[in-house]
Design a protein around this ligand. Structure first.
Ligand code: SF4
Length: 93
C-alpha cells in the first residue's frame, strides 16, 4: 500500500506531489468527466474484482442520477440561501 502514498500531509510540499493517473475502466467510462475516478484507490491498486469495482461505480452512477434529478431544486435552494445570507449577513465558512 505504501507504494501508492503521495506523501505526508505535514512533510510533503503540495507542489511536488507525484501525479497519479488512472487507467481503464475509468478512462473508457461515459461519466469519467463527472466522476473523475471517484475511487482513485480502487483504480490504482486494482485490489477488487470487476464485480466489486462495478459496485463502486453503481454508487457513483446513483449519486449522479439523484443529483441530476434534483439539480433545478438544488440551484433554486442555493439561490434562496444566497439571497437570505446576504439579507441577514450570514457568511458561508
Ligand atoms: S463510474 Fe466507475 S468507471 Fe466510471 S469514472 Fe467513476 S469510478 Fe471510474
Amino acid at each position: 500500500m505504501k507504494t501508492h502514498y503521495l506523501g505526508h500531509i505535514n512533510a510533503t510540499n503540495p507542489l511536488k506531489l507525484k501525479k497519479p493517473f488512472v487507467n481503464e475502466p475509468c478512462t473508457k467510462c461515459d461519466i469519467f468527466n463527472i466522476c473523475s475516478s471517484r475511487c482513485l484507490y480502487t483504480n490504482i491498486t486494482k485490489r477488487w474484482n470487476p464485480k466489486a469495482y462495478s459496485s463502486v461505480c453503481d454508487t457513483v452512477q446513483n449519486l449522479i442520477g439523484a443529483i441530476t434529478k434534483e439539480l433545478s431544486r438544488i440551484k433554486k435552494d442555493h439561490s434562496t440561501w444566497k439571497s437570505m445570507s446576504e439579507r441577514f449577513r450570514i457568511h458561508e465558512v
